[in-house]
Design a binder for this molecule. Sequence first.
Ligand code: NAD
Ligand code: ZN
Length: 377
Amino acid sequence: MKALVYEGPRQVAVKDVPDARVEEPTDVLVKITSTNICGSDLHMYEGRTDLEEGRVLGHENLGEVIEVGPAVTRVRVGDRVCVPFNVACGFCKNCERGFTGACLTVNPGFAGGAYGFADMGPYSGGQAELLRVPFGDFNCLRLPPDAREREDDYVMLADIWPTGHHATQLAGMEPGDSVVIYGAGPVGLMAAYSATLFGASKVMVVDRQPDRLRLVDKIGAIPVDDSAGDAVEQVLDLTGGEGADRGCECVGWQAHDPSGTEHPNATMNNLVASVRATGGIGVVGVFVPEDPGSPDALGREGQVAFDLGVFFQKGLRMGSGQAHVKRYNRQLRDLIAADRAKPSFLVSHHVDLDDAPEAYRHFDDRDDGWTKVVLRP
Ligand code: NAD
Ligand code: ZN
């Protein structure tokens, strides 16, 4: 089958690789029809992880079931499914409680499994013609009959909409709250979209990319351009000096930090400063060490310092981590199906799998207008 493989820092290529196939009785085989490029792919693409060469990338996948293993009972051949980026068993301590992003069966000792990722198990990605989905009954989200016409909406259920939503939940958002979001990339835009949909009174999104700030405005949130002035001061001005009730980190480690500080903790300190005392912060941006092999890297998470003193004085609370996609995706799917949500508003490009390397370059360079790329194998 054709697939996009990692070949080294900023090098990906479309190659012929062995077909994905049913390997375990609980596997489902999916023919991929839509698969997105994600900001998370860039951690691997830019060479910040120890991903081995030849691995197939891609964790935001949607397609048609073409084969099921003998132990699969719920999912059927012909079903159209969206596949959460988490690989989860459904029966470990964490999965039982809904923490499917931290499944203990598929990646014991660390934090969950995912397709086409460094450090998250051996699973091959879906930027390919075929994808093997382990524990298929648990991991496949079946889609309604209009799925074929609305793939751009439903494919956002694999990762970025549940992830943006997760950021607001980690922050403890309730209806009526004001929310500040750092980062207007796909994840930040989805966090803003969720906050608006789930009843926030005011949603402010900080970035400096004009094309992305325009989308913030389009969904009824307030763009905060941090190239026009200090982000924290702008947020304080917009909240009568109090600060926002909730804050979301949707940036993570950035190779091109538009704040110009070149320092990955800029967003953390800004969040601590722009959320009101006793408010909540949700961190979904991923911080990876620049050199994963270096002895001073703090485990696999990278070192990010922020002002714990102010965090403490303000009595803030914080949640973080990979999204537990399964926890939210059925509910979010039903909002799409009922025509109450259209997360496809951020799709900027549809690209053939053959042209994926070019699309990676544009997305990585944050070229104007390259917000979200959907690959069509
Ligand atoms: P992206 O890189 O396209 O978007 C990041 C945005 O942040 C960009 O628009 C950039 O201009 C902006 N930015 C950079 N520095 C900033 C700063 N100091 N202040 C404000 N904005 C700043 O990526 P994305 O696809 O939106 O993903 C964002 C992060 O979320 C990545 O780290 C990704 O790995 C992570 N992610 C996490 C999960 C999860 O489950 N926790 C899932 C998906 C993605
Ligand atoms: Zn993703």
